[in-house]
Design a protein around this ligand. Structure first.
Ligand code: ZN
Length: 498
C-alpha cells in the first residue's frame, strides 16, 4: 500500500506543479508581461492546463484511487481525505467530455471578445448570440455532470461544493424580504459626506499605507508579495508563495485601500493552510464562498469598523494631509460606509451588494431553466434593478453587460459572493465570543489572536473540511442570514447617526 500511496502522491504532485506553473504564467500575464506576447502566453497556459487535465482524467488516476480505496485508509487521516477529494475531482473531470471542454473554451474566447465590444458600444445584440451558445453549452455541461432536481445544481457545485440551489433560493428569498425595505429606508435619508475620499491620494503613499495595514493583519511578506494589476486578485503557487495584486486610483481612496485588504484576506487563507497539505489537491480554499468570507471579513468587518479607524485614522491623516486635514475620525468612518444605491456591482456598498447578486442569481438560473429568453434579458435586468435597488440603468453597458462572468460561462459563480458576506459575519461573531477583547484588540491595531483563530478554525484545513462542516463545527449553527442582517442594521444605524 505504501507503494500505491507514494505513486499517488507523486502523480497528484505533478498535477499540482502544472497547475501552479500555469498560475504563475497567468499572474505574470496580469502584472508584467508585455502586451505583445499575449498570444504565445495564452498557448503556454493552455498547454499546461491541458496536461494537468490529462493527468487528472487519466486511467492511472482511476487505478491508483481504486487501489487506495480498497486498502482502506484510516478515516480522517490526511491520506484518506486526499483520496476522497481527488475522487470527487476525478469524477467531475471525467464526466465532462473533452470535446465539450474544448468547445466551451473556444466559445468563451469568442464570447468574451463580443462582450467587450458590446459593452463598449452599448449594443447588447452583439453579445446576445454568443450568450445563447454559452447557455446551451452550460446546459450540456450540467447534463454531463448529472443532477437530481435542478440544472443549476451541478454548476453551483463547481464553486460551492455541496450547496444546493434550493438553499440559495431560500437564502435570497429571506434576504429580499428583510433587505429591500432597509435599503429603501436608508436611500431616503441624508447620506454622510464622502467628498474627501475623492481628493488626491498619492499613489506611493496609498501603496505603503495599504501594505502596512495588511502586514499588521498578518499577511506574511516572507511568503507573499504585492504587485499592480488592472483587476486585483490573489493567487497561489505553493503554500509558501501566495501573492496579491492591487490597483490604485489617485483620486479615490477606496478601491486601492479596501481592495488591498480584500485580497490580503484571500491571501492569508492560502498562507494559513497546513504545510502538510503542500503539493496535494487539499491545499486550496474549500469553497469560493468560504474564500470570499475571509476577504470580506478583513475588508468590511475589520477594515470598515469604527474600532479599526480609531487606531488607523490618525496615521491616515498624517499620510494624506492634503485630503484629510479638516476631517475627523467619525466623519471618515461614516464616509467609508456611505450607502448609495449604484448601478454597478463592483462599486456597491455593503448594504446593497447582495441585492446585485440576488438579481444575477435569479436571472442566470432562469436562463438555464429556459424560463427567460436571452432577448428579454436586458429588460428583465432593468426591472429588477428598479424593484430591488430603486434605480434603473439607462444603458445596457451599465446594466446587463457590466460583468464578465456570463461571457466566460461561469454560471453558478455569483451566489458565492453573497455566501461569503453571510459566512463572514457568522464567523466574526463567533470569533468575538471566543476572543472576549476582540474589539479592544482591533482598536489597538493588534490582529494576532484573530488571525490565529481563523487559521485554526478555517485556514489550516484546506479542502479537508467542507464549508458546511467548518461553519457547523466553528459556530455550532448552520448557515443563517440573521447574523448578517443584524450586523447591517446595527452598523447603519450608527453610520446614519440614529
Ligand atoms: Zn474576493
Amino acid at each position: 500500500m505504501s507503494d500505491s500511496l507514494s505513486a499517488f502522491n507523486t502523480h497528484i504532485g505533478r498535477i499540482c506543479d502544472l497547475n501552479h506553473s500555469a498560475a504563475l504564467l497567468e499572474w505574470d500575464q496580469e502584472t508584467y508581461m508585455p502586451e505583445g506576447s499575449a498570444a504565445s502566453r495564452a498557448r503556454q497556459i493552455s498547454t499546461l492546463r491541458e496536461m494537468s487535465h490529462e493527468l487528472l482524467t487519466s486511467d492511472h488516476t482511476g487505478e491508483l484511487l481504486g487501489k487506495l480505496e480498497s486498502h482502506g485508509l484510516a478515516p480522517g487521516s490526511v491520506e484518506a481525505d486526499h483520496v476522497r477529494v481527488v475522487r470527487k475531482d476525478y469524477q467531475r473531470a471525467t464526466k465532462i467530455p473533452a470535446t465539450l471542454i474544448a468547445r466551451l473554451a473556444e466559445t468563451a474566447a469568442l464570447s468574451r471578445r463580443a462582450w467587450m465590444q458590446a459593452r463598449s458600444q452599448n449594443e447588447f445584440h452583439i453579445f446576445a448570440p454568443h450568450l445563447t451558445k454559452i447557455i446551451d453549452l452550460c446546459r450540456e455541461k450540467a447534463e454531463s455532470l448529472g443532477y437530481k432536481t435542478e440544472i443549476y445544481d451541478p454548476l453551483l457545485d463547481e464553486f460551492e461544493p455541496g450547496m444546493a440551489t434550493a438553499h440559495i433560493r431560500s437564502i435570497f428569498e429571506h434576504l429580499r424580504e428583510r433587505l429591500v425595505p432597509i435599503v429603501q429606508q436608508f436611500a431616503s435619508e441624508t447620506a454622510p459626506n464622502d467628498a474627501f475620499l475623492h481628493a488626491h491620494f498619492p499613489r506611493d503613499k496609498q501603496w505603503e499605507f495599504g501594505l502596512d495595514v495588511v502586514k499588521d493583519f498578518g499577511y506574511d511578506m516572507n511568503t507573499g508579495r504585492q504587485d499592480y494589476s488592472a483587476h486585483p486578485f490573489s493567487t497561489t503557487f505553493s503554500i509558501s508563495d501566495v501573492r496579491i495584486t492591487t490597483r490604485i486610483d489617485e483620486n479615490f481612496f477606496n478601491p486601492g485601500f479596501f481592495g488591498t485588504l480584500h485580497e490580503s484576506g484571500h491571501g492569508m487563507y492560502e498562507q494559513g493552510i497546513s504545510p502538510e497539505l503542500e503539493r496535494t489537491l487539499l491545499a486550496d480554499g474549500t469553497s469560493l464562498g468560504m474564500h470570499e468570507s475571509q476577504s470580506r471579513l478583513w475588508e468590511n468587518l475589520i477594515g470598515r469598523s469604527a474600532e479599526f479607524w480609531s487606531h488607523y485614522f490618525p496615521k491616515a491623516q498624517t499620510t494624506f494631509p492634503g485630503a484629510l486635514s479638516g476631517i475627523d475620525e467619525d466623519e471618515f468612518y461614516r464616509g467609508v460606509n456611505k450607502v448609495s444605491p449604484s448601478l454597478i456591482r463592483v462599486e456597491a456598498d455593503e448594504l446593497t451588494y447582495n441585492l446585485h447578486i440576488m438579481l444575477r442569481f435569479e436571472l442566470e438560473s432562469a436562463l438555464l431553466e429556459d424560463t427567460i429568453k436571452v432577448v428579454d434579458l436586458p429588460a428583465a435586468w432593468n426591472d429588477r434593478m428598479e424593484t430591488y435597488i430603486g434605480i434603473r440603468p439607462e444603458t445596457d453597458s451599465d446594466g446587463v453587460l457590466q460583468d464578465i462572468h456570463w461571457s466566460l460561462g461561469a454560471f453558478g459563480y455569483f451566489p458565492t459572493y453573497t455566501l461569503g458576506n453571510l459566512i463572514s459575519t457568522q464567523l466574526y461573531n463567533q470569533a468575538a465570543k471566543d476572543i472576549p477583547d476582540l474589539a479592544g484588540q482591533i482598536g489597538e491595531g493588534s490582529f494576532t489572536e484573530l488571525r490565529e483563530w481563523l487559521r485554526l478554525n478555517i485556514h489550516k484545513h484546506g479542502r479537508r473540511k467542507s464549508a458546511k462542516e467548518i461553519i457547523n463545527e466553528t459556530t455550532n449553527s448552520k448557515l443563517v442570514i440573521e447574523s448578517w442582517i443584524h450586523y447591517i442594521e446595527k452598523k447603519y444605524e450608527k453610520v446614519y447617526g440614529r
